[in-house]
Design a binder for this molecule. Structure first.
Ligand SMILES: *Cc1c(COP(=O)(O)O)cnc(C)c1O
Length: 388
């Protein structure tokens, strides 16, 4: 077994007989058999032959195999988006009467799935504070089945101690399901801390160029098999074209993330003492309240920096309006730096109290730091700050 970074470059599950060096794209919806017996055996799960691309496809499998290597997992399944991966993990593994423990600061659409749809299927949930870890154990109920969390959280960059949560999960025999989208596997490997499942929106850093949607779940073999059976019947399969793009992207994930993180650290250090900024968060700055957790479970601080403008809501809008280069868009994890103002956009539908409860202050700005030269990114942010 080579280093996971080497595996992410060299695993080639998708092959033809042409001795191609780069991986081909298997744009086919189904696969042929030589005879009735071969076909029977494939349908009886006696062979690993591909049958139909809703079930499996070599190009998709290559992306999965590379993700499995990067996360140190046993198996995986790729989906059409991050949300279909999240949803499949709930629907395949939870049933009526089960209870889910969730950290209170999670991705907006995940919140919607949990609050609006899971109760329709008789699945209960409790939100626990990201900051107060003592709440977690107290919230465990006899019917609790799964812990679901994100670290670092979006957009507040709070961190959750994976080792500590895993102790609770193991003590009460709960599945630990971690959305590792913000960190990526080259920065943080939740399975090494005991997680059973790891989910990614591959749309973000994994693609890294804002071109395709995708999702993936990796983890323990039997759990992934249940998820596979759910997906095989319900149909959120990743398209082979998107898988081909994502598989290629994994070959550069480590080098890209190193530069995203070093650019982000430079920006965080420079802006920390800026007079227009009330407070700034970046996991690898010693001023981050959970810096010790960052050092324990992350290899670098990732590519997101967030700060709080002294001027509140109005300054947040002025900041966005004053940017000349950074993009105003809903995505993150792109080569191009992106700025967003959660209070007036992604989290505008929440009440002020709900926003404040998860540290989304009126002047909060989230920067997804890109791969442009760091001087240009900084210069644009600094000139916009001057107007705030
Ligand atoms: C974007 C995102 C998702 C959802 O992924 P899609 O690919 O947009 O469906 C889930 N979790 C986190 C943390 C995200 O940032």
């Amino acid at each position: 077994m080579k280093h996971p970074i080497t595996e992410a470059i060299r695993i080639q599950t998708a092959r033809t007989n042409e001795m191609e060096h780069a991986s081909p794209m298997f744009l086919t919806s189904s696969f042929c058999f030589n005879n009735a017996e071969e076909m029977r055996a494939a349908f009886a799960d006696e062979t690993e032959d591909n049958i139909y691309s809703r079930f499996s496809n070599p190009t998709v499998q290559e992306f999965v195999d590379r993700m499995v290597a990067l996360e140190g997992a046993e198996a995986g399944y790729a989906t059409a988006s991050g949300m279909s991966a999240v949803f499949a993990s709930f629907m395949a593994l939870l049933k009526k009467g089960d209870h889910l423990l969730v950290c209170d600061s999670i991705f907006g659409s995940t919140q919607t799935v949990i609050k609006k749809y899971l109760p329709n299927y008789g699945i209960e949930y409790t939100y626990v504070s990201t900051d107060r870890m003592e709440e977690w154990e107290a919230a465990v109920k006899p019917n609790t089945k799964m812990i679901y969390l994100e670290t670092p959280t979006n957009p507040g960059l709070a961190l959750i101690d994976l080792e500590l949560v895993n102790t609770i999960a193991k003590k009460y025999n709960l599945l630990l399901n971690v959305d590792n989208c913000f960190a990526t596997p080259v920065c943080q490997q939740p399975i090494a801390f005991g997680a059973d499942l790891v989910i990614h929106s591959a749309t973000k850093w994994i693609d890294g160029q804002g071109r395709v949607l995708g999702g993936v779940i990796v983890g323990k073999k039997e759990l992934i098999h249940d998820i596979y059976l759910f997906c095989r019947s319900t149909g959120p399969a990743l398209s082979p074209f998107n898988a081909w793009v994502l598989s290629k992207s994994l070959e550069t994930l480590d080098v890209r993330m190193e530069r995203h993180a070093s650019n982000a650290l430079t920006i965080a250090k420079t802006l920390e003492s800026h007079p227009a900024i009330e407070s700034l968060k970046y996991p690898f700055l010693p001023s981050h309240p959970q810096h010790a957790i960052a050092k324990k479970q992350m290899k670098n601080g990732g590519g997101i920096v967030c700060f709080n403008l002294k001027g509140g809501l109005q300054s947040g809008r002025t900041f966005l309006n004053s940017l000349q280069m950074l993009s105003l868009t809903a995505n993150l994890g792109d080569t191009r730096s992106i700025a967003s103002h959660p209070a007036s956009t992604t989290h505008a539908k929440l009440t002020e109290a709900e926003r404040l409860a998860t540290n989304i202050t009126p002047g909060l700005i989230r920067i997804s730091v890109g791969l442009e030269h760091v001087d240009d990114i900084l210069q644009d942010i600094l000139q916009a700050l001057e107007k705030c």
